[in-house]
Design a protein around this ligand. Structure first.
Ligand SMILES: [Zn+2]
Length: 115
């Protein structure tokens, strides 16, 4: 796996230019994955989606989970339907009360096991 650094460069499709272009890495997640990039041509800010992420999102769009319920205890890999954010997949169970859920637009932190 490649190691990325903030300030480094990565090639990706710019959604504004609609071309495969160099992008400046603006931020990186704690896991070492690229999260935000800036297009070197048009300067637009974009969310970096790796191939694995795109596949995950395609998969997500075909699932229908149960309505999100904060009193439930979620496990990673579970699907849910949020009244505002729509379809989501639990990616990480952070602790007994917090989960990271991937929605079609971005990752969000939600509560769970709330009594
Ligand atoms: Zn661009």
């Amino acid at each position: 796996m490649e190691i990325y650094k903030v300030g480094g460069r990565v090639k990706k499709i710019c959604t504004v230019c609609n071309e495969h272009l160099d992008h400046l890495i603006k931020s990186i997640t704690k896991q070492g994955a690229i999260s935000r990039v800036i297009c070197s041509q048009c300067g637009s800010n974009g969310v970096y989606r790796s191939h694995a992420m795109v596949t995950k999102l395609e998969n997500l769009s075909t699932k229908t989970g149960d309505l999100y319920d904060q009193s439930r205890t979620y496990r990673s890999g579970q699907f849910m339907r949020h009244p505002i954010f729509g379809q989501g997949e639990v990616i990480t169970v952070l602790d007994a009360k917090k989960i990271d859920v991937l929605f079609m637009d971005r990752m969000r932190r939600l509560v769970h096991s709330r009594l």
